[in-house]
Write a protein that binds this ligand. Structure first.
Ligand code: HEM
Length: 407
């Protein structure tokens, strides 16, 4: 057994994690993170039957050490739901799966290929509700924009939106199926089969054509070739990765702007501040709060012993509020130094493939809302509840604004 990093404190197996409960984690994880960061940075969370790492340095180190902490674990829910893909593999196999997608999701390619189409989709959605002067922005915009965007990226018809949404909801329930309800798992697996049938029909249609969508490029490229099955499995994780996450980023950004009136005014006066707002939202209210790893070899870390096969969640939301890296971490601060050091998209080999697309979608949504919805504010009639352990966001975001004169 190895010691990593060097230990000064006695090693204990599964120390009590300061009485952490699921209710606390769900409602206000930040108080829990603060306590654990100070007193038990690697701690056993009994209600979840897993370890947590909450300090920035530990999270970053674990994510950079796939030989010790891996995503590759055959009983993981994500593997059982979708099969092998870039997020369930490590090393050369992971890179073989990821490489063919990198070009499409690189920053310049994202701007060049998707700026116009995402703007058109967002414009259409906003035009559908702007004249009402009020709306629930999750249902009206944030939950729909990522689904329509990802359909466009793959060259699939927008008419598939309701079907994809219902499949997606079943995948999400399966990944949060901590009680292992077999009906939940079975429905998700049946929906994966249907999703793969939809992808395969498109693959068959575009094979040999010169179309320019992602699936066509993957099917027709001569090097970095993936089989149809590999394309379908990796496409599943791209679909899965790009929906709730972006929804949460848009909602959390709107919430942060409404809660910080001085930032809202600054951004209204200068739209070039939007990218910095988005970076600070990613840190302050990280849409994805954790990245799961499985321990490969027994290891001593942070004063405790982890055994091979244990699960450890790297708490990105906690790392992003670590005062060792971000002074006054609970403050939402535009222009914070080191703003891009956040770990909202993780780190290491599994760093988010779609980070630039996510930021593009959020930027365009904010730009168009600020242009269209003058006096945008939270609806005072409803208290906003931010919830969620793995994806954190308001469940509903009712807002009001001035009805445009042209309506
Ligand atoms: C705000 C939005 C997003 C956030 C916060 C986010 C966050 C993350 C995180 C934390 C990981 C690493 C998971 C791990 O290491 O266990 C990840 C991986 C991934 N994300 Fe995202 N994501 C977002 C948007 C997207 C979008 C739009 C797409 C697709 C278009 C996407 C596709 C992926 C894929 C395919 C991976 C796996 C990469 C690999 O294993 O190499 N994500 N994302």
């Amino acid at each position: 057994m190895s010691r990593w990093p060097p230990q000064r404190t006695p090693i204990v197996r599964k120390p009590p994690a300061l009485g952490v409960t699921l209710a606390q984690i769900e409602c206000d994880p930040y108080k829990v993170f603060e306590r654990l960061r100070e007193r038990a940075p690697i701690s056993w969370i009994d209600p979840l039957q897993m370890w947590w790492a909450v300090r920035y340095a530990d999270v970053q180190a674990i994510l950079a050490a796939p030989a010790w902490f891996t995503t590759s674990f055959e009983t993981s829910t994500i593997f059982r739901t979708f099969g092998a893909h870039m997020l369930t593999e490590e090393g050369a196999e992971q890179e073989r799966f990821k490489a063919p997608f990198r070009g499409t999701f690189a920053p310049a390619a994202v701007r060049h290929s998707f700026e116009t189409s995402v703007r058109k989709i967002a414009r259409g959605l906003i035009d559908g509700f702007v004249r009402h002067g009020a709306g629930e922005l999750r249902a009206d915009l944030a939950s729909r924009l990522p689904v329509l965007t990802i359909l466009s990226v793959f060259g699939l018809p927008h008419t598939a939106e309701p079907l994809l949404r219902s499949w997606y909801d079943s995948f999400e329930r399966a990944l949060a199926n901590f009680t292992r309800d077999p009906a939940v798992a079975a429905l998700a697996q049946a929906n994966v089969v249907q999703f793969h049938e939809l992808l395969q029909s498109h693959i068959d249609r575009v094979r040999g054509t010169g179309d320019d969508d992602l699936l066509s490029r993957l099917v027709n490229q001569s090097d970095e070739c993936l089989s149809d099955d590999e394309i379908r499995r990796n496409a599943s994780i791209i679909f899965f990765g790009g929906i709730s996450t972006v929804e949460a980023l848009i909602l959390n950004s709107l919430y942060a702007l409404c809660m910080h009136k001085e930032v809202m005014s600054a951004v209204r006066a200068d739209r070039s501040l939007i990218p910095s707002v988005i970076e600070e939202v990613l840190r302050w209210l990280s849409p994805v709060q954790s990245a799961t790893r499985h321990v490969v070899h027994d290891i001593d870390i942070g004063g405790v012993t982890l055994k091979a096969g244990d699960t450890i969640n790297c708490m990105l939301g906690a790392a992003n509020r670590d005062p060792a890296v971000f002074p006054e971490p609970d403050r939402f601060r535009l222009g914070r130094p080191q703003i891009r050091r956040h770990l909202a998209f993780a780190a290491g080999a599994h760093f988010c493939l779609g980070s630039h697309l996510a930021k593009l979608e959020a930027r365009i949504a904010l730009e168009l809302l600020l242009d269209s919805c003058s006096g945008m504010r939270l609806d005072p009639a409803e208290a906003i509840r931010i919830e969620g352990y793995e994806f954190r966001q308001p469940r509903r975001l009712p807002m009001r604004w001035q009805i445009p004169l042209s309506a």
